[in-house]
Write a protein that binds this ligand. Sequence first.
Ligand code: AMP
Length: 223
Amino acid sequence: MIMIFLGPPGAGKGTYAKGLKDKLNIPHISTGDILRSTIEEGTEIGKKVKETLKKGKLVSDEAMMDLVAARVEQDDAEEGFILDGFPRTLQQAKMLDDYLLEEGLKVDLIIDFDLEDEKLIRRLVNRRQCPKCGRIYNMIGMPPKNDELCDVCNIKLETREDDKEEIVKRRLRIYKRKTQPLVDYYSTREEYHKFEHLERQEVETVVDSIMELIRNDNIEVKT
Ligand code: AMP
């Protein structure tokens, strides 16, 4: 079961992937999360990655493909995985196709989440994340129960450095230039599905709709 989550930053890819991974028993592979843990390690590579992320720019295609290949080869991804934030350029999509072909694997579902720019900006600047469990909140739409504390870990939520308004706007510009061409690349494939009007739907409803797609497409899921 291999899924690709496409869509601009702030569309909710991470939130939906977190809702789905336990139902499907496969890992949620967020390249942004992997890069942020590389930064935490404080290595020379980590320092370079930090500068790139802080500016809202993209890490090189080759480095990203290597990182994803290393991650999907781990044992927990044997039955499949959800890719969130990768591929992000046409070159990455082509590299991923070549990689999967070589490994004898294929993508089962490509979900393209869409939302208008003003809503994305509002969501991103109000986004908070628990530094411990990674749970994502939104101070307007999905706030925590107490102040700015995680409902589960009870520790202070953090704002990502690249969720500042001017960086968010740059990330959206880069998304349109580099990632949106991927929609044309994938949209003619039968695995491709577009999800729109997300602001009107609960997270659970979207997750259920994806589960429904999996059932209707007769995609085999081992749970
Ligand atoms: P995200 O958490 O998906 O919003 O990613 C945060 C940042 O990590 C992005 O703004 C990029 O700087 C970097 N990044 C994540 N995934 C990729 C990718 N596939 N290619 C290049 N850079 C990436």
